[in-house]
Write a protein that binds this ligand. Structure first.
Ligand SMILES: Cc1cc2nc3c(=O)[nH]c(=O)nc-3n(C[C@H](O)[C@H](O)[C@H](O)COP(=O)(O)O)c2cc1C
Length: 187
C-alpha cells in the first residue's frame, strides 16, 4: 500500500518554557518534507500520574494521547536527561501507552538536544524496545542545542542544524514508507 500523507506525532519530555527540546519540536514542521504532517502533543503536563487502576477511566488527556498515537505512522521523541535518567514527564506518558495496541511496531525517531546526555537515550531505547516500538537509528540524531541559546527561529535559520534535521526527517519518512509497504502497517 502506498502512503501519500504521513502523520508523525511529536512528544516532548520537557515542560520548561525555554526548552531546547520544545524549540526543536516546534522547528520540525518548517523543516519536514511536504507529505509529512507533524502533530505536537501539547497535553504532556495534563496527563495524570500513571496508575493502572485508572486505565479504564475516561481521562481526556490520556484518551487524546492514545488517539493521536493510534492515528500516527511514526513518533518523534525529544526529551532531556535528568540525573542520568529519562524525564518523569516522558516516562509518565510512555507508561500510559504501555498497554496501547497501536504502540507495538511503531517507528520512532529519537532527537537528542544534548550529545552528552547518553544515559537517558540508552534508557529510553530500552523502554521503547520493551514496549515493542522500533527505534529508527538512521533517523535518530543528536543536535548540539544545549548552551546554544537557539530558539525555534534560530534552529530553522541555522544552516547546518536545519539541514541535519531536514535529512533526518526525510530518512524517517522514507523508512516509514518502506516499512508500510513491507509490513502493511498503515492506518
Ligand atoms: C534537575 C536536572 C538534572 C539534570 N541532569 C542532567 C544529566 O544527568 N545529564 C545531562 O546531560 N544533563 C542534565 N541536565 C541538563 C538538562 O538535560 C538540560 O538543561 C536540557 O537542556 C533540558 O532540556 P530542555 O532544554 O528541553 O528543558 C539536568 C538538568 C536539570 C534541571
Amino acid at each position: 500500500m502506498r502512503l501519500s500523507n504521513i502523520k508523525v506525532l511529536c512528544l516532548c519530555g520537557s515542560l520548561r518554557r525555554a526548552s531546547y527540546n520544545a524549540a526543536l519540536i516546534h522547528s520540525l514542521p518548517h523543516l519536514s518534507p511536504d507529505n509529512v504532517e507533524l502533530v505536537n502533543f501539547t497535553e504532556m503536563s495534563n496527563l495524570p500520574l500513571f496508575n493502572p487502576d485508572r486505565e479504564n477511566e475516561m481521562i481526556s488527556s490520556v484518551t487524546n494521547l492514545k488517539e493521536k498515537v493510534a492515528a500516527a505512522h511514526g513518533l518523534i521523541i525529544a526529551s532531556p536527561e535528568y540525573a542520568h535518567g529519562i524525564s518523569g514527564v516522558l516516562k509518565n506518558a510512555l507508561d500510559w501507552l504501555v498497554s496501547t495496541e497501536a504502540f507495538p511496531g511503531m517507528p520512532i525517531a529519537l532527537l537528542n538536544t544534548s550529545p552528552r546526555a547518553s544515559h537517558a537515550q540508552e534508557a529510553l531505547r530500552e523502554v521503547l524496545k520493551t514496549m515493542s516500538g522500533i527505534v529508527v537509528e538512521e533517523a535518530s540524531i543528536s543536535i548540539p542545542l544545549l548552551g546554544s541559546n537557539l530558539d525555534t527561529d534560530g534552529i530553522i535559520n541555522h544552516p547546518v542544524i536545519s539541514e541535519n534535521i531536514h535529512r533526518a526527517l526525510i530518512t524517517f519518512n522514507k523508512w516509514i514508507v518502506k516499512y508500510s509497504e513491507t509490513e502493511g502497517h498503515v492506518n
